[in-house]
Design a protein around this ligand. Structure first.
Ligand SMILES: [Zn+2]
Ligand SMILES: [Zn+2]
Length: 240
């Protein structure tokens, strides 16, 4: 090992130690937390989704199937979201996605795992919604993959990040209307080069109209997936 390599390794280790010892200020209230990006009080106040439609995660009085899914059953048979996409969650996810606060990946995955482990038969593998290579280069990481690989590790199952590819560059769904979103995401994915396991869960950060995960599910089903679940950090309750 060269002197420079030793120096670089030591600097890296001391940087890690420093980060571990230094309390991180809570993103929401600014008070010093411990090793998490939110303090305990703010973490406890995040809005859990609660009872919701089993197929599309839209909130309901009790966990059943909503009218829309009864009329037009989606490809996915089960949807899981931990939180409602409200202001506080939006700030956390924005910090995670756009300001590289990757400690939120650990934070969200740990909490999703608690619930998924309690009431769930794990799928064969997890498939994160891929970013287009151009967007990946801009952001430096894929937030869905960061969550999926932590969930896969916790559940002791595979995470297949290259099974689904983004073959078309699409505009950000957040600026579009409900119908434009469906059009925008159409044929954005491909997975024809590898066999798809029978029971899978698609992982994404936020589910809004559901068009992105529905389009991914459609392609994965065409290529062999039989039971498809959708797991997201948060469900946006929109007025669609
Ligand atoms: Zn706080
Ligand atoms: Zn539903």
């Amino acid at each position: 090992m060269t002197v420079m390599a030793v120096f670089s390794a030591l600097t890296h280790r001391s940087g890690e130690l420093y980060r571990k010892l230094l309390p991180i200020p809570c993103l929401l209230c600014g008070l010093p937390g411990k090793q998490e990006p939110l303090c305990q009080a703010c973490a406890a106040e995040l809005p859990l989704l609660g009872p919701a439609c089993q197929r599309c995660a839209m909130p309901l009085e009790s966990a059943q199937i909503c009218g829309r899914c009864l009329q037009q059953p989606p490809v996915s048979s089960y949807s899981f979201s931990l939180y409602r996409y409200h202001a506080a969650i939006k700030r956390c996810i924005t910090a995670f996605k756009f300001h590289q606060q990757l400690q939120f990946a650990d934070f969200f995955a740990a909490r999703m795992l608690q619930q998924l482990k309690a009431d769930h038969e794990p799928p064969d593998c997890l498939i994160p919604i891929p970013l287009h290579p151009l967007r990946f280069r801009q952001r430096g990481f894929n937030q869905a993959f960061e969550i999926a690989r932590r969930l896969a590790r916790g559940l002791d199952i595979d995470c297949q990040a290259d099974l689904l590819q983004r073959v078309r560059y699409t505009r950000s769904q957040s600026q579009l209307s409900f119908n434009q979103r469906r059009q925008n995401i159409r044929r954005a994915f491909d997975c024809s080069t590898q066999p798809v396991p029978a029971h899978i869960a698609i992982v994404d950060d936020v589910m809004t109209s559901g068009h992105t995960t529905a389009e991914a599910a459609r392609i994965l089903q065409q290529n062999g997936a039989e039971t498809i679940e959708v797991w997201t950090i948060a469900r946006a309750i929109s007025h669609y």
